[in-house]
Design a protein around this ligand. Structure first.
Ligand SMILES: [Zn+2]
Ligand SMILES: [Zn+2]
Ligand SMILES: [Zn+2]
Ligand SMILES: [Zn+2]
Length: 302
């Protein structure tokens, strides 16, 4: 990779200034570069294949990705990065916590800015770990965690217990529609839905007709009655929205209980989740029919 009279430094500089370039720009510069390279000898052209990309950047493989992580908290290093006198790199958060002594080598000489690793962090582009689920994003290494914590392509699991399918939420919606269409009750956010669930059934899957989202109504039998929660399958950073779940008393039609809460998303179905709001449906609401009856509304969509 060290190659060719003056070329490498050009290439690296170019990459840094091109950090945010779009794919089409990269394609454009690929053509320019190719015509340049034709003027070089055959030998140099073949050596560059596989190491230098057409846009002037160089593809590298980190055999140990942790080399760019903080030696204390093991999170991706961010700028500013610091090092002890023996070169143990730490993030700024850890550096502030351990003012006196490097935990790796016990040096007491203190920490200084590590400009070298900062340059590397700025220029190294990594792909999102959810590439195989459809995320196209590439970013500097220090942005990796920030992006992946909120990546919309985080893999979500099919709520059907026997199915191992896992994909981005959009792909999961399509999978569910083609594979398990009959396993869900269909509803629409902008309409009132009547939902019925057996007292002993612990789950009802609901699929929205327009965008395919999957909601899970969980039910657990407790001493006083049934504990019911509603959640959505999706990246946990997805926007929460209001729902109203009204349990109806089958015997006395004038009695009902309503929970208004936020639908939160999780990438997989969690059966015992009562962390957000739950509705406790008293036993007498369902004592003869052994069915729980609900009205489900989404006030933000009406
Ligand atoms: Zn750290
Ligand atoms: Zn050290
Ligand atoms: Zn991503
Ligand atoms: Zn499935």
């Amino acid at each position: 990779m060290e190659a060719k009279g003056g070329e490498p430094s050009n290439r690296i500089r170019k990459h840094q200034s091109d950090e945010s370039s779009s794919e089409s720009e990269e394609e454009g510069s690929e053509q320019d570069e190719e015509s340049d390279e034709e003027e070089e000898s055959d030998e140099s052209e073949s050596e560059q294949e596989g190491s230098a990309n057409g846009d002037g950047s160089i593809s590298i493989t980190l055999t140990d990705p942790q080399v760019l992580d903080c030696s204390i908290c093991f999170q991706a290093l961010t700028i500013p990065a610091y090092q002890c006198e023996n070169g143990h790199a730490v993030c700024s958060t850890c550096c502030q916590k351990i003012l006196s002594k490097c935990p790796t080598c016990a040096s007491r000489a203190g920490y200084s800015r590590c400009r070298m690793i900062e340059k590397v962090l700025e220029s190294v582009q990594v792909l999102c770990q959810n590439t195989k689920y459809g995320c196209q994003k590439a970013f500097s290494y220090s942005m990796k965690q920030k992006h992946e914590n909120s990546c919309p392509f985080v893999p979500c699991s099919c709520p059907i217990a026997e199915c191992n399918f896992k994909a981005s939420s959009k792909q999961l919606h399509r999978h569910f529609t083609t594979e398990h269409n009959k396993s869900a009750k269909h509803f629409r956010y902008d309409r009132l839905a009547s939902v019925t669930l057996g007292v002993d059934e612990n789950i009802l899957i609901l699929q929205e007709e327009t965008d395919g989202s999957l909601l899970i109504l969980n039910n657990r039998v407790e001493t006083l009655g049934n504990v019911v929660t509603l959640s959505r399958i999706g990246p946990s950073t997805e926007r929460s929205f209001l729902f109203q779940l009204t349990a109806k008393d089958e015997g006395d039609r004038r009695s009902s209980l309503r929970l208004q809460s936020l639908v939160k998303s999780r990438p997989k179905r969690v059966d015992s989740a009562a962390s957000s709001g739950f509705l406790l449906v008293p036993r007498q609401f369902s004592c003869t029919s052994r069915q729980l009856e609900f009205d489900l509304r989404f006030p933000g969509y009406h």
